[in-house]
Design a protein around this ligand. Structure first.
Ligand code: CO
Length: 165
């Protein structure tokens, strides 16, 4: 099922989402939410989607396979990367200024400073712990989506934003 998107100025987008227990992750409700978020992300042509963007404030996000480098694919348990209760830490000194948009902020783009390399810890859709190093585009998307789960939108961090048609 395609889910309706939550967009600004909905206050819940700026509220931290809650951590999911392993039991909740395996529940039919959360498994269905994952199954619905993937086609919703694809239909909206997003590269990632976080649960608060479909009005559910739980720590769950999906990252599309287009952001997954080939050497990362052996670690995948499904076609898209499902991250539950994700956290990240920078593992390199470099930061990069990236152009971003967000399905919850229609009609805008902006420049955001992101860590170039991060370490991510999360649970997957089977409630199993996963951790990995990410660089480049995957690192960038993982920071954007994890920030959503902490109630932060890219426009809160952006150095500049502008309107697009
Ligand atoms: Co977003």
């Amino acid at each position: 099922m395609i889910l309706p998107l939550t967009t600004i100025p909905t206050p819940s987008l700026h509220e931290p989402s809650r951590v999911l227990t392993k039991k909740e992750i395996l529940s039919p409700e959360i498994q269905q939410l994952i199954q619905d978020m993937i086609p919703t992300m694809h239909k909206e042509q997003g590269i990632g989607l976080a649960a608060p963007q479909v009005g559910v404030n739980v720590k769950l996000c999906v990252i599309g396979k287009d952001a997954i480098p080939e050497d990362f694919v052996p670690h995948m348990t499904s076609e898209n990367l499902i991250l539950i209760n994700p956290t990240y830490q920078r593992t390199g000194r470099k930061a990069v200024l990236e152009t971003e948009g967000c399905l919850s902020v229609p009609g805008k783009q902006g420049k955001v400073k992101r860590y170039k390399q991060i370490h991510v810890e999360a649970l997957n859709e089977h409630a199993e712990p996963i951790s990995f190093e990410a660089t480049g585009y995957l690192a960038h998307v993982a920071q954007h989506e994890t920030d959503h789960l902490n109630g932060t939108l890219y426009i809160d961090k952006a150095e500049t934003t502008w309107e697009i048609e």
